[in-house]
Design a protein around this ligand. Structure first.
Ligand code: C5P
Length: 310
């Protein structure tokens, strides 16, 4: 049994194109105590099976948790002969297609869990390396805490953990944003301003490493972090999804420390001064937007990656 945490982006800057078709990014990632539970069981039937009762989670080979298990089978065929089947049960709490790395964190849990189930003895960095082949956010989901992520998002520099900072998070159940769409649209609209030479890309990434957001995190200054939240993908997602823009405005008017869309959206989070404030904002937002389609969560930032419960 494993706990797989969601992530938010405190900072997301798109700095250029990559030869592999992805984008060169500088991000600051933070995981939060909003988690799915993943149960892994060795079984005698000769395949990988995924169980989940959430209607939007696929149970077939397209599920990234399935692909994580398949990757382990391919990498460690001898272990799979010894333990021929694996059942993956996903208890979904993290909203799906929300910019919260819900799928990536499930994949990370499968890698961590199979490593234990099959006694493979892989290190965290080996698991992160395997994770990077599945998705850009998977290495961070293995590691957790607070980190600067560069490259596609898979190269991590850990930062000191932030604790006791509460967020409120909102997501409309019926809205889903495709990450591929968000990046493609961004390229169409802003690609002409991408940095193209390697030196300038490195300089830009270094500027974030020594920049104000990292300083605010080092000082654990929640108010300053709130001021400095940033996400380039808001530029394409907010104009397309007015409900998301409205939710962001309602958060901003509720006296929070700062608010931003997470990843490619459509979830929006706000940093709060305390748990009490986050709970109060939740009540206020419910009153301002009395729509059952809107899910609201209060969660503290979390300091660890995949957690093994039993
Ligand atoms: O890595 P992941 O599969 O999560 O990415 C989903 C999609 O988001 C990719 O197919 C790509 O279109 C886009 N993406 C990107 N640049 C990144 C990360 C993701 O263009 N650094």
């Amino acid at each position: 049994m494993l706990k797989a945490f969601a992530k938010i982006n405190l900072y997301l800057e798109i700095i250029g194109d990559r030869p592999d078709g992805y984008h060169e990014l500088v991000m600051i990632l933070q995981n939060i105590d909003l988690a799915d539970q993943i149960d892994l069981l060795a079984s005698s039937h000769d395949d990988i099976r995924v169980y989940c009762d959430h209607p939007e989670v696929p149970l077939d080979k397209s599920n990234i948790a399935y692909r994580a298990a398949k990757l382990m089978v391919t990498e460690f065929p001898d272990a799979f002969v010894k333990y021929p089947g694996v059942d993956i049960t996903i208890h979904k709490r993290i909203p799906v297609a929300a910019g919260l790395a819900g799928g990536s964190t499930n994949a990370a849990a499968v890698l961590v869990g199979i490593n234990l189930l099959w006694n493979l003895g892989l290190t965290q960095s080996e698991l992160e390396e395997l994770g990077a082949t599945l998705g850009s956010d998977v290495p961070f989901c293995v590691a957790g805490g607070t980190a600067i992520a560069t490259g596609r998002g898979e190269q991590l520099s850990p930062l000191p953990s932030l604790e006791n900072i509460y967020i409120i998070l909102g997501k409309y159940r019926s809205l889903a944003v495709s990450t591929a769409w968000a990046y493609k649209t961004y390229r169409q609209q802003f690609g002409s301003s991408y940095i193209r030479d390697t030196n300038s890309l490195a300089t830009r990434a270094a500027a974030v490493h020594s920049g104000p957001m990292v300083k605010a995190i080092l000082h654990k200054d929640a108010m300053e972090i709130g001021h400095l939240l940033y996400n380039d993908l808001e530029r394409v997602v907010l104009p397309e999804y007015p409900q998301v823009l409205q939710l962001r405005e309602v958060f901003a008017n509720a006296g929070v420390l700062g608010t931003m869309m997470s990843g490619s959206g459509p979830s929006v989070f706000a940093l709060c001064e305390s748990k009490e404030q986050a709970e109060q904002v939740k009540l206020d937002v419910r009153k301002t937007i009395p729509d059952n389609d809107l899910e609201l969560f209060v969660a503290p930032m979390s300091t660890h990656g995949i957690q093994v419960i039993s």
